[in-house]
Design a protein around this ligand. Sequence first.
Ligand SMILES: [Zn+2]
Length: 255
Amino acid sequence: MKIEKIHESDEKLSFVLGGINFSFANTIRRSVYEIPVLAIDTVEFYKNDSALYDEILAHRLGLIPLKASKTFTSREECSCKGKGCMKCTATLKLKTKGPRTVYASDLETKGCEIVFKEMPLVFLSQDQELEFSAEAILGKATEHTKFSPGIVWFRALPEFSIKGCDKCLKCIEICPKKAIILKDDTLTIDQMKCDMCEACVELCSEHRNAISIIPSQENFIFYVESFGQKTPREIFAEALEVLNDNLKELAKVVK
Ligand SMILES: [Zn+2]
C-alpha cells in the first residue's frame, strides 16, 4: 500500500492511495458516514414570527456545522440513559427582535462553537420576534446527513498507453482537460487532469487506434472535503478508526 499527497488545505485534501482495490476504497469512503458529529437535533420554539415555519427553521438550524468544544459521548452510551445531560448534549439559544437578518453567530452556545458565523438563518421584519432553545447531540450520517463531517469521493487513476502512434498530435488539441503532454518526443498524460472522457481515444480510433485509457484497478485518487467541524486529515483518519472498530466488533461476534 502506498499513499502520496497531492494537495492539502484547511478544507480540502487529495491524495493517491495505491495497492488497494475498488471495494476497499469504497469501504473507506462509506466509513466516513459513521464518524460521530455534533448537530442540532431538537429545537423548542417559544416565539417565531418570522416568515419561516418552525419546521423549516429547525431544519436550517440542524444543518449548521458545529465544532464540539469538549468531548461528548453519544446519547445511547451516556450515563444519563438518553435523557440528555452535559456529557452528551450541547445547548444553543436565541432571543432577538426585527428588523434584522439573524445569523448563525447570533446563537448563544454552550459546549460547542459555530463554524461559519456568517450563515444567514432568517430575516425578521419590524417587531417580529424569534426565541428558541436547541439541543445538539452526536450522531452519524447514516442516521441523518446533517451529521456529516464532510464528503469523500474517489476515482481510479487513469492508465494511459500508446502503441503505433504517428505523432499527428491531434489528441493534444482535442483533450478538453489539456491532459495530454508531449514530453521528450513521447506522448504521456497528466493523470490528475485526465477525467477519462476518452475524446482522444475516439479521435484516434478513426486514425491509428493507438491510444488506450483504462481505469486503474489498484490506484485511486481520494478527495476529502470538510464541512468545517474537522480537518480533512482528521476525517480520513477517523474513517479508518471507524472501519477498524467495525471489523473488531465483527471479529468478536464471529468468535
Ligand atoms: Zn447524557
